[in-house]
Ligand binder design. Structure first.
Ligand SMILES: *Cc1c(COP(=O)(O)O)cnc(C)c1O
Length: 228
């Protein structure tokens, strides 16, 4: 397995998906999902053009950060407990997985202490699966409106994990829903939020996600191989 070749393959597919829907490949950022991946392999990915990594466990990410540091930008993409927020603010550039008001308020509290503004995405449960974290689409607009009032939080957009279905075409409605939700929210609270980011699409479905407007895709397996 060659990480360099895998990255080239993903980039090629991103470019093709962009061409199909009239977007520029520069509009889609590839986040390499590095959970369970060894530091050496992460460094190899960075040496081959990866600039941002996504981790879903705070402790694991923090350990890797001790070695890798600012050679990459770090995104938190997994469910975050409020007692880990302080740690996350020490290394993460974007928290993609804000899935409750409780968590948002804790991020605000800690960010204010640090006199920083923290960039976040609001996670939406577009699949309706009970096991998935995220705001329900029906309550998302109100939640974003509330979070947008927190002075030390900058809402950059929305994130979702699509339904776990074998055919990516079946996941398309989840991605479409996220894009439409973004438009609804932008109209409703014009001015106070940017909402330019749509983080959606993983190894099995990122091409469809790009067709539906993804600006960030989170890809693990296609770059590093199966996590076993
Ligand atoms: C693991 C994970 C991914 C990457 O999944 P792959 O199928 O390996 O590409 C993306 N997003 C989140 C939130 C994840 O936990």
């Amino acid at each position: 397995m060659s990480i360099r070749a895998n990255i080239e393959t993903v980039k090629g597919k991103v470019a093709e998906a962009c061409r199909r829907c009239g977007r520029g490949p520069g509009e889609v950022e590839i986040i390499a999902v590095t959970k369970t991946v060894d530091i050496q392999l992460i460094m190899e990915a960075i040496d081959n053009g990866i600039t941002t990594v996504g981790e879903n466990r705070v402790q694991e990410a923090w350990q890797k950060y001790q070695t890798i540091g600012q050679k990459a930008s770090w995104h938190m993409i997994g469910h975050l407990q409020t007692n880990k927020v302080g740690r996350v603010l020490q290394f993460a550039d974007l928290i993609q997985s804000v899935d409750s008001l409780h968590l948002a308020r804790e991020i605000q509290r800690q960010a204010e202490k640090l006199r920083r503004v923290v960039a976040v995405l609001i996670q939406i449960n577009t699949s309706g699966e009970e096991t998935k974290f995220g705001f329900q689409p029906e309550t998302a607009s109100e939640a974003v409106e509330e979070i947008a009032t927190l002075a030390n939080i900058k809402v950059k957009g929305l994130m979702t994990i699509g339904a776990f279905l074998p055919d990516p075409e079946e996941v398309r409605p989840c991605f479409r829903m996220l894009r439409e939700l973004r438009e609804t929210i932008k109209t409703r609270i014009a001015g106070s939020v940017e909402m330019e980011v749509l983080s959606m699409g993983m190894t099995g479905d990122y091409e469809v996600a790009i067709e539906e407007g993804a600006t960030m895709i989170r890809v693990g397996t296609a770059i590093f191989g199966s996590r076993g």
